[in-house]
Design a protein around this ligand. Structure first.
Ligand code: GLC
Length: 420
């Protein structure tokens, strides 16, 4: 921090005190992927200068599954150390009781937000978190390589398998030993739940748990989709994909070593960045579909909730509103290519000019498929863990897709008991 900045911040603090407001020290807990935290810190600096409060970031590991474990510990201990949590879109039903109802505090702005985003964070009429940004993954492809080899962007998983295999083989024959066909998130964590839900749903295999709570995942379309995915490991995808999370996949694609990648929106701004080896050499498309299905993008996103155990709830609410205001959402959309949660930002001409991915992706975001966290309520994390384990086992050669889905069905029935 420059001394000039420190002085400005101190003066703002004095100004706040002169008006009777007290400068508080707030803490926000936030995961670290791509440039998220760099933009957050810049916006927090502006908040500090404006209000006189200070805000510390507690940085979390990349995996949402690891974050959930840590959040649960803090919340169960009713810790006052964290005021604002950045929450994954799936957690509202499970963590609702630990957060204050933001509804009454955002009544003046709530209609400006994407309605489905607000709905995803509303549990029994309580607004658990104010939506910060959404997510709907894309198929990233190397347009230069597709052109060079006269190949089309694949629209089915089988086409992706075949095209990836052909280009990978040709590149390797030409001496490019590090080339792979497809990278995605194959580690045993929530990210694999998102990927595998897409393979299965887009093949007509349904959702993991249907909206009405029904368990129909043990079906042939789902088994075929998982079997095809298992065939990628060690062929078009590296063996290591079984440990890949978002940033691992991006690292391979962005360094020029993969023809295709499944990833969230944040990867676009980074892969298009000035220092990116694939800048100008890639495009995005909707994810492929399987036989009998339609392209499916899992709904992602992260939202800001105020802890019930915060000692500064008023200031924390002010912070949540600030981080989600128009200017800050616009900056995030442009710098990090994260889809905003304010409707109007999608139509902003500067966003269109500087980050074309945002308006282009609006229909995909609008049609993204939620995971069954609303259907399975407090049991979602266990449901998801059982699902990603079935997918991971299949891809590791630990049982066939049919065997693992039959076992999954039994586990889901046991978890459901007499009701979700
Ligand atoms: C992204 C999504 C989030 C999802 C996670 C899985 O961060 O926004 O919703 O759970 O990826 O890895």
């Amino acid at each position: 921090m420059t001394s000039l900045f420190r002085l400005t911040t101190a003066l703002a603090g004095l100004a706040a005190m002169a008006t009777g407001a007290i400068a508080e020290d707030l803490t926000i807990v936030h995961g670290s992927v791509g440039r998220d935290q760099e933009v957050l810190r810049k916006q927090l600096d502006a908040f500090e200068a404006e209000t006189g409060h200070t805000v510390t970031i507690v940085s979390m590991p990349e995996s949402t599954t690891d974050q959930f474990g840590q959040y649960r510990l803090w919340l169960a201990a009713q810790s006052a150390d964290i005021d604002v949590y950045r929450l994954d879109v799936i957690w509202a039903p499970q963590l609702a009781s630990h957060f204050i109802d933001l509804g009454p505090h955002v009544a003046d702005i709530v209609d400006d937000f994407v309605p489905a985003a607000i709905e995803s964070q509303t549990v029994d009429g309580k607004l658990v978190a104010l939506p910060m940004f959404l997510g709907a993954p894309a198929l990233y492809y190397r347009s230069d390589l597709l052109d060079q080899y006269g190949e089309a962007v694949p629209t089915t998983w089988q086409e992706l398998t075949d095209t990836a295999g052909r280009i990978m083989a040709a590149e390797r024959a030409a001496g490019n030993d590090g080339m792979f066909g497809f990278v995605f998130q194959g580690a045993a964590y929530e990210g694999l739940t998102c990927n595998a839900q897409e393979w299965i749903h887009s093949s007509g295999g349904g959702r993991i748990v249907e909206i009405d709570g029904a368990i129909e995942i043990n079906n042939q379309a789902a088994a075929d989709a998982l079997s095809l995915a298992a065939s990628w490991v060690g062929t078009i995808a590296p063996e290591g994909v079984l440990n890949y999370k978002e940033e691992d996949a991006r690292g391979v694609f962005q360094s020029g070593n993969a023809v295709f990648m499944r990833n969230w929106n944040y990867a676009y701004a980074l892969a298009a960045g000035e220092d990116s080896p694939v800048r100008g050499k890639f495009g995005v498309s909707i994810l492929p579909a399987g036989p009998g299905g339609q392209s499916t993008a899992t709904l992602g996103g992260w939202h800001l909730g105020v802890s019930r155990y915060s000692e500064h709830p008023e200031e924390a609410i002010e912070l949540v509103r600030f981080l989600n205001n128009y200017e800050n959402q616009k900056e995030r959309a442009i710098v990090t290519s994260r889809p905003p949660t304010l409707n109007a930002v999608y139509a902003d001409p500067d966003v269109a000019a500087e980050q074309e991915f945002i308006p282009l992706w609006k229909p995909v975001v609008d049609n993204a498929l939620p995971r069954p966290s609303a259907a399975t309520l407090r049991k979602y994390n266990e449901v998801s863990a059982a699902f990603w384990t079935a997918a991971h086992d299949t891809m590791s050669g630990n049982g066939t897709a049919e065997e693992n889905l039959a076992r999954l069905e039994g586990e889901l029935r046991r978890l459901r008991g007499s009701g979700w």
